[in-house]
Design a protein around this ligand. Structure first.
Ligand code: ZN
Length: 411
């Protein structure tokens, strides 16, 4: 009995040890750069947004993210002092109580010496009275900001204009999907993006004011008066140079409460954040713009904040019927096109498609897969095709695929 207890004890210890790596923090992730998300207070749900930002950045495989959570609003902030210099980029998801002076100084020194910063959405509401912080973010809103904080910045008559007229800072109309227009096409962050693209439902931040020094407006969005907007082309994406530091500022990405968050599931938001963070950290962008990037009239979203894997795409297609969304179908086709020169990958895809055709799925889904299989199939596909030729609803496409694959072999 004693030995049994001892065995159980050893087993528990062993399981405990195995479990440790999963619990350890993010520096375990093997990525070239380190990001720190500063959070813990916000007029939005930072509990929802911070894990999403972390996931989006880590999905690049460029960043390992740590989180610097502040004390709750009203609590003692005097010990809140993240070590900014340990990181390649600081992501601000914070608006709330003032940081202690030593933390403010450390932050400014970090940026001035060449640190990277990403300002995300309501982080530009923070610290209206902290003059240097407002230089870092370029533009801010709310918090009783007004003309004393700097000009409104808008795109007018083909250029960026600065408007010093008096008035409030920070507003938005009702949430809606809107077009983002790239104004700096050659910047590393925006290079290769469609000139205009449709961003999913979000707040369109308007009337931001700030020193706007050493600031480049990468993209604007037109705040339609029909949606309660200003009728102006408002800055949406910006970069700011502060000392040697690089700052990327996105006004996009409203998140609150639970459930789906269309603004941050938008591929346009995800990709600009990922590229903006890479640029802030390194001064360059090596990430590719995905085929799934939205177009002028076409929304594109990733509910997992990344493209689906092959298995997820096939699962998503199982119930496909005419009239349903074709996003997963199209993504499967794109994945296959992208793999066209990688024979190992094509082979793996073929095997998954064969399995899919053996399982339960709608005939419409199977016929779509058969069309794709006709392009990449080999002899390995023939048995499942022979079986599907016996089914009235798939026989035509199965025969077509068989002929095409056989031709590929004989030619
Ligand atoms: Zn918001």
């Amino acid at each position: 009995m004693k030995t049994i207890f001892r065995s159980i004890f050893i087993l528990i210890i062993a399981i405990g040890l195995l479990a440790i790596p999963a619990c350890q923090n993010d520096s375990e992730i093997n990525a070239p750069y380190k990001a720190l998300i500063v959070t813990g207070q916000n007029n939005h749900s930072w509990e929802a947004s911070t894990p999403i930002l972390k996931e989006i950045l880590e999905n690049t495989q460029l960043f390992a993210c740590d989180i610097a959570k502040s004390p709750a609003q009203g609590e003692d902030m005097s010990d809140y002092s993240p070590i900014f210099t340990d990181y390649d980029v600081i992501v601000l998801d914070y608006t709330g109580d003032a940081w202690p002076e030593k933390t403010q100084t450390a932050f400014l020194e970090y940026v001035d010496a060449g640190g990277g910063v990403v300002v995300y959405h309501a982080a530009n509401n923070a610290f209206p009275d902290w003059k240097e912080f407002n230089k870092v973010i370029g533009l801010g809103g709310w918090g009783d900001r007004n003309e004393k904080n700097g000009p409104y910045v808008r795109w007018k008559n083909g250029e960026i204009t600065r408007d010093l007229s008096s008035g409030r800072a920070g507003s938005h109309g009702e949430q809606h999907a809107f077009v983002v227009t790239i104004r700096e096409k050659d910047h590393p962050i925006t290079k290769g993006m469609p000139e205009t693209w449709l961003h999913a439902q979000d707040e369109l931040y308007s009337e931001l004011r700030g020193p706007a020094e050493n600031m480049t407006v990468l993209a604007t969005a037109f705040a339609d008066t029909a949606k309660g907007g200003t009728g102006e082309n408002e800055p949406a994406l910006m970069t700011i140079k502060y000392g040697e530091g690089r700052v990327f500022h996105t006004t996009l990405g409203h998140v609150t409460g639970t459930g789906r968050h269309p603004a941050v599931e938008c591929v346009g938001f995800i990709v600009t954040l990922q590229r903006g963070a890479e640029w802030a950290a390194t001064g360059d962008v090596l990430q590719e713009i995905p085929i799934a990037f939205p177009g002028h009239n076409s929304l594109s979203s990733w509910d997992k904040f990344r493209p689906y894997t092959l298995d997820e795409l096939l699962e998503c297609m199982e119930e496909y019927m005419p009239g349903d969304s074709r996003v997963c179908l199209q993504d499967l086709s794109n994945m296959i096109r992208k793999a066209s020169t990688d024979t190992d990958k094509l082979k793996a895809i073929e095997l998954s498609l064969i399995d899919f055709l053996k399982d339960d799925a709608t005939d419409n889904a199977k016929n779509y897969v058969l069309k794709e299989l006709s392009l990449i199939g080999t002899k390995a596909s023939i048995p499942v095709l022979e079986k599907l030729m016996k089914d009235d609803d798939t026989k035509e496409m199965a025969r077509f695929a068989t002929e095409r694959i056989t031709n590929n072999y004989t030619n």
